[in-house]
Design a protein around this ligand. Structure first.
Ligand SMILES: [Zn+2]
Length: 295
């Protein structure tokens, strides 16, 4: 952004935005737009629009401000405050005040917390984002028994941006859990996984899929019996189909009698809210899925 445009943008800021972004103020905790916001996308600098953080870096620290444990390379500049205690973070491109960075608090493995004012940020979801980051996004859809258990294993894999449980592969539009369980809808319980393929590949995810369920079982998975619990990959690209076929051939060569079907992805109907992130919400552990190394 040219100097002239930047000056214009500064003048357009609201008083509160000026207070934080230009004069290094702090918004009150639990009042900002993004402290409790966890959709997949990019957080950009409010003043100049430069991408600063990806949603994969975001975590809930409970402090009332958006917290990130990493930044996009070079996007954020760190400088010791005048008081010599805290470290200020600013947008490298335009100098906008973001907040402060803290180390060694133990919140995440990276052990860093960028504590950022919501008002210094502008969120853009990946799908409408025209930034380079959107180009690495890919979707995979796996059915392998009760979707609670399948989602449990996928949701925390590095590079996985979002998971959602739902119904697919059948013919009834907008089915309910009850209909899928008791009526002949043709649907499978499935998990839609959106991932950044520059961090984790479809092949990696597909291997995990085969290792967390038993692909030899037909129309059931452990104690769950019924067509909705079948093993099936709903591929979204031809490449995914080829990789799936390759992995199935490897499993067959190892003596597994694989029953997994390969089908082009069609309509995916998200399941009811109470099924989403079920084990995370309830603190329980899957009864139906176990990890077993197969590759
Ligand atoms: Zn900026």
């Amino acid at each position: 952004m040219a100097e002239k445009d930047l000056e214009k943008r500064k003048n357009e800021l609201s008083d509160l935005e000026k207070h934080v972004i230009l004069y290094k103020g702090t918004e009150r905790p639990f009042t900002g737009k993004y402290y409790n916001h966890f959709s997949p996308g990019i957080y950009k600098c409010k003043l100049c629009g430069t991408p600063l953080y990806k949603s994969e870096f975001k975590f809930d620290s409970g402090c009332g401000w958006p917290s990130f444990d990493d930044e996009l390379p070079g996007a954020v500049t760190k400088k010791l405050d005048a008081d010599g205690i805290r470290t200020e973070i600013t947008c490298t491109n335009c100098g906008a005040h973001l907040g402060h960075v803290f180390y060694g608090e133990g919140f995440t493995q990276k052990n860093v917390r960028h504590c950022v004012n919501s008002i210094s940020l502008e969120f853009e979801d990946y799908e409408s984002s025209l930034t380079e980051f959107a180009n690495n996004l890919e979707t995979a859809i796996f059915a392998g028994g009760c979707f609670w258990g399948v989602e449990h294993y996928f949701q925390n894999i590095k590079g996985v941006i979002s998971t959602e449980v739902g119904y697919t592969g059948g013919y009834l539009e907008n089915p309910t859990y009850k209909q899928v369980g008791y009526e002949n809808t043709g649907h499978a319980e499935a998990v839609k996984v959106v991932f950044d393929n520059s961090i984790v590949s479809f092949e990696d995810l597909c291997k995990i899929f085969f290792e967390i369920h038993d692909p030899e079982q037909i129309n059931r998975q452990g104690p769950d019996v019924g067509e909705q619990y079948r093993s099936e990959i709903f591929y979204t690209t031809e490449e995914q189909k080829i990789i799936s076929e390759k992995l199935i051939a490897i499993l067959i060569s190892k003596g597994f009698n694989v029953a997994t079907k390969l089908t082009p992805a069609g309509a995916f109907y998200p399941a009811e809210d109470y099924h989403q992130k079920y084990y995370q919400k309830t603190g329980k552990l899957p009864y139906c899925h176990f990890y077993q190394k197969k590759f």
